[in-house]
Design a protein around this ligand. Structure first.
Ligand code: FAD
Length: 508
């Protein structure tokens, strides 16, 4: 089934236990900051219901019913490309996909490990995972994936932790109806807006850690599950939030710590329990898929960052200068590189021999993820550099709307003729919001921009000395009068005459 936005929103009124900014949340849909996350996630239901996008997001299951394509198993490179296209379209639309992204990758990992375990140990995990997949398809549930444990002392394995044994989620009891699990997962995205979570181990295990080799699915309103939401970027709302935080307004941090306070998981929802030899397969399987998501998510993000850099350069009358063009070209190259690596990872994929799942190319997804992660701060720095100090001192919605000061802002913050000041201010607010934060920008632009320092650096460099060093090394005359390189001892003159003659019997 494909749920409507209304059906999805209604499903979140399920008695879940959520805390935000130290307060118990009565209803995530009406909470001043969490509702932003819900609205964003609801795009996962708006897109498949829109005739323009239905073909991309909706497919048929074996019974011929309409289901979300993301809940199906990727079996061909085309399936992976379509999965990627769903991610890219969701993020470009300004919402959606982040709700499902963790969960469907966790589902893929559970499928891979279930097939391996069933083959090696004669377990019945494939049956359970596939039954759960059907449950997701039939109910069109919002699904997140919880892998990262709180971990305690990073140098110790789960069973060797000192302060307590619950730093990694573990099974504490096996009962007739199911298992009892305890522990906490941290930084879990899309939690307040999801209906259920797939929980996976986050590391490989030894036999001593077998109680931590655990994978299962759980509704987020289950008894004993507690969701501790991360601090939002903005606490404002409405028109003010849109103006001041154009990016965060639609994409607040969605992470939660999920506490499992002795939670019962029915056996049919347990996908691994004690098979420690297979924890590695599940974590690797997850990482292989989730890096593809990362590379796809960044397409829209990098396009926006590159676009806003170009736009502000135009607004400020700068786009023709060489150093600005070089910086814009670098941003465009980064965007194109990440985009292409993600696409290629789908085309150049490999089939997992046990499950038949098509797995994105590991080298390429990891290259994509590393490329954007390693360069993201540099990209933010570059955009801040192009924008100028206004990237952090830009006026707010309240300033703009105060009639006593509005005209000063409008007059003095204008730049290129023909560009409304409001546009320049809005573009600067997006840069401030996307690249965060005051201190980084202050340190880049306070005391002058980087290009200003480069002018001085070029002017102040001791080129005579550097050139003398090069000429001396290359045996080009002209270094002899340099105060540093001129007086230096010359090994050819000082040592060579004292050396015994060369033995000419060698064939060199
Ligand atoms: C915004 C955000 C969203 C996220 N969303 C999700 C999600 O939806 N689901 C999910 O499961 N996870 C999620 N994560 C978690 C993410 O995968 C982890 O943050 C990441 O794996 C790092 O783990 P950590 O934060 O515990 O840091 P740590 O593991 O403490 O790492 C810190 C540093 O210590 C090093 N280190 C740690 N242990 C060792 C060791 N034994 N030996 C050598 N070096 C070590 C690491 O390499 C790193 O340099 C999210 C994280 C963020 C920030």
């Amino acid at each position: 089934m494909i749920r409507t936005v209304e059906q999805y929103l209604e499903s979140l009124d399920d008695g879940r236990v959520v805390y935000c900014l130290g307060e118990r949340v009565k209803d995530v849909r009406t909470h001043p900051t969490l509702r932003t996350i819900i609205r964003f996630a609801a795009m996962d239901y708006a897109l498949p219901n829109d005739p323009k996008y239905r073909k991309l997001f909706v497919t048929k299951n074996e019974e011929g019913e309409d289901v979300n394509f993301l809940f199906t198993v990727p079996r061909t490179p085309e399936d992976l490309l379509r999965r990627r296209e769903c991610f890219v379209t969701g993020v470009r639309s300004g919402g959606g996909i982040l709700l499902h992204c963790m969960g469907i990758d966790a589902l893929a990992a559970a499928t891979i490990a279930a097939n391996k375990m069933d083959k090696a140990l004669d377990t019945n995990y494939v049956e359970r995972v596939e039954a759960y997949r059907k449950h997701l398809q039939k109910n069109d549930l919002g699904l997140t994936g919880a892998m990262t444990d709180v971990k305690g002392d990073r140098s110790l394995r789960p069973s060797k932790q000192v302060q307590h044994k619950d730093f990694y989620v573990r099974v504490v009891d096996r009962q007739k109806d199911g298992i009892i699990v305890r522990g906490a997962k941290m930084h879990i995205s899309a939690t307040p807006c999801a209906n259920e979570a797939i929980v996976l181990p986050c590391r490989a295990h030894g036999e001593d850690d077998k109680d931590y080799a655990l994978a299962f699915a759980i509704p987020l309103n289950a008894k004993g599950v507690k969701l501790l939401a991360v601090e939002p970027v903005t606490r404002t709302n409405g028109e003010e939030a849109v103006w001041d935080y154009p990016h965060a307004w639609r994409l607040q941090p969605t992470e939660c710590m999920i506490v499992f306070d002795d939670v019962l998981v029915p056996w049919e929802r347990v996908f691994m329990c004690g098979e420690w030899q297979f924890s590695r397969d599940i974590t690797y399987g997850f990482a292989s898929f989730h890096r593809l998501f990362g590379a796809s998510k960044m397409v829209g993000e990098l396009e926006t960052l590159t676009g806003i850099a170009r736009l502000i350069a135009e607004y400020n009358g700068l786009e023709k200068y060489e150093h600005i063009r070089n910086k814009l070209a670098w941003l465009a190259m980064l965007t194109a590189t990440v985009t292409s690596l993600g696409r290629m990872a789908c085309i150049d994929c490999t089939e997992d021999p046990d499950s038949g799942i098509m797995v994105p190319n590991l080298m390429l997804t990891n290259s994509a993820k590393f490329t954007f992660a390693d360069n993201y701060h540099e990209a933010c720095k570059t955009v801040q550099d192009i924008c100028g100090g206004i990237a952090t001192t830009v006026p707010t919605f309240r300033d703009w709307n105060n009639p006593e000061i509005h005209d000063y802002i409008e007059k003095y913050l204008a730049a290129r003729a023909g560009v409304p000041t409001e546009n320049r201010v809005k573009a600067s607010r997006l840069i401030k919001d996307m690249t965060q934060n005051y201190y980084q920008i202050d340190h880049i632009h306070g005391e002058g921009s980087r290009a200003a320092q480069q002018i001085f650096l070029y002017m102040s460099a001791d080129w005579d000395r550097y050139i003398a060093a090069a000429k001396r090394a290359a045996h080009i005359d002209g270094w002899q009068d340099d105060p540093t390189y001129g007086p230096l001892l010359d090994p050819e003159k000082v040592i060579e005459p004292k050396m015994p003659p060369i033995d000419t019997s060698y064939k060199l």
